[in-house]
Design a protein around this ligand. Structure first.
Ligand code: UTP
Length: 418
């Protein structure tokens, strides 16, 4: 009884009267579940995050410098061999694990189901994104004579479907005992008036709290401890939606070792000044990625003395860390950004509304915000045609059509995929 009162008090304080009405209409278990959820949510945090959506983002340009990078295509044969050898040794010793971030909603793609279950129409019969990732890992395993641990991060929303899918497809031939699935944490969604959305189960609608949640979720799930027990020294973290992602790049790993840094990342040059990708820079002496939504136009177009974009190294979610770096980041709170997205909800009449345009804010921490914790990062500039075929939008740029084209061209150039 008291708990109900407390919950109503909280809702009143934070102007969530529609949830009070919902609570009034619920009984038994459903009501209890909602109350428990209300007591668990940090309303103050959500209120602050919502208020922040109304503020202008300020970037003080004078503190920003271009990032240094090594261009993979410009390495001499000997340089590359030396780096590759450093990387290979780590992998052969079984000290390398990979993490796939698969907890996103994939709202822009509009695929019903986890993004990894999306089938890219390649080579006639097509391949699922999870299948493409598996092939990449299996190839590395064969090459280096190991079985790399593969951690897959899901959201509460898509976990069951992801597990069922991978089970059904027998992990596309990947040794099951080497695949570990863990789930990330969530935050509520709010509409443009700061009201929390309600979901189909008559609860407050929550969604995964961004790919920056990977670090703390690795820790909370026990995966980090397990990695340490297994002697893992280097951890790769990549996205689920890049059909050309190389999860095992010995040159990148070798570069990180050679430079004696804790973090490393593969970049590609921005396709044009306004491409929707985050770019690397150094801010106040620390590595940083500025999201495209937060990069002032003037900086986006700035060129250096060679006519190259000054802030042109795109972050393609191809990141590498020492296990100590993961441990350290997992204990640090990352800031939240807001993303304006389409999210369905239940209205006051109990009807489901499926919006046709963005209607609500999702609060997300970004994987790259952790880079600032370090003094340095090794950046290896790869090639778009070798490393980056994102599947983001339903149509147009970074869509299944462009990813298919890039994937097939790559494999026609290299070796034919079966
Ligand atoms: P994006 O930020 O592009 O988001 O994810 P998304 O969910 O795939 O797509 P939209 O923006 O809703 O259309 C980049 C990578 O981060 C993962 C995604 O699964 C993808 O691999 N991600 C994103 C998470 O694992 N958790 C999140 O909360 C968000």
């Amino acid at each position: 009884m008291d708990k109900t009162k407390d919950a109503i008090e909280i809702l009143k304080t934070y102007n969530q009267d529609h949830i009070i009405r919902l609570l009034d209409n619920l009984e038994g278990e459903k009501k209890q579940e909602l109350i428990d959820q209300i007591m668990r949510i940090d309303f103050n945090q959500i209120h602050e995050l919502y208020e922040n959506t109304k503020k202008e983002i300020e970037i003080k340009e004078n503190k920003i410098e271009a990032i240094k990078y090594v261009d993979k295509s410009k390495l001499t044969k000997e340089e590359k061999e030396n780096l590759d050898k450093l990387g290979e040794d780590v992998i052969k010793k079984g000290e390398y694990a990979v993490v796939t971030m698969a907890g996103g909603q994939g709202t822009r793609l509009g695929h019903t189901g986890p993004k990894g279950t999306f089938k890219l129409d390649v080579y006639g019969k097509g391949k699922y994104l999870f299948e493409i990732l598996t092939e990449n890992l299996k190839e590395a395993n064969k090459k280096y004579g190991v079985n790399i641990f593969w951690y897959i991060m899901t959201s509460k929303e898509n976990n069951e479907e992801t597990v069922n899918f991978l089970e059904k497809h027998k992990y596309f031939g990947y040794p099951k005992e080497k695949v570990k699935i863990f789930t990330q944490s969530e935050l509520p969604l709010v509409d443009t008036n700061g009201k929390l959305l309600i979901d189909k189960n008559y609860k407050i609608k929550e969604a995964s709290d961004g790919n920056g949640g990977t670090y703390s979720s690795l820790r909370a799930s026990g995966c980090l401890a397990e990695m340490k027990e297994n002697g893992i020294k280097w951890v790769f973290i990549g996205s689920v939606d890049n059909a050309l992602l190389k999860m095992v790049d010995v040159t990148l790993l070798g570069l990180a070792i050679d430079k004696n840094v804790q973090i490393a990342s593969k970049s590609v040059v921005k396709a044009n000044p306004h491409e929707k990708v985050g770019v690397f820079c150094k801010m106040n002496g620390h590595p940083k990625v500025i999201e495209y939504t937060e990069l002032p136009e003037k900086m986006a177009e700035e060129v250096d003395e060679n006519g190259e974009l000054k802030f042109g190294e795109s972050h393609i979610m191809c990141n590498l860390y020492t296990i100590d770096a993961i441990e350290r980041i997992s204990k640090e709170p990352l800031i939240y950004h807001s993303a304006f997205k389409k999210n369905s909800y239940i209205d006051e009449d109990g009807k489901e509304v499926i919006p046709t345009k963005p209607n609500s804010y999702k609060f997300e921490s970004f994987i790259f915000d952790a880079f600032e914790l370090f003094d340095d990062i090794a950046i290896l500039r790869g090639k778009r045609e070798d490393d980056f075929a994102p599947v983001k939008n339903k149509e147009g740029v970074d869509s299944p059509r462009t990813a298919k084209e890039l994937y097939e061209k790559y494999w026609n150039r290299n070796k034919k995929a079966d």
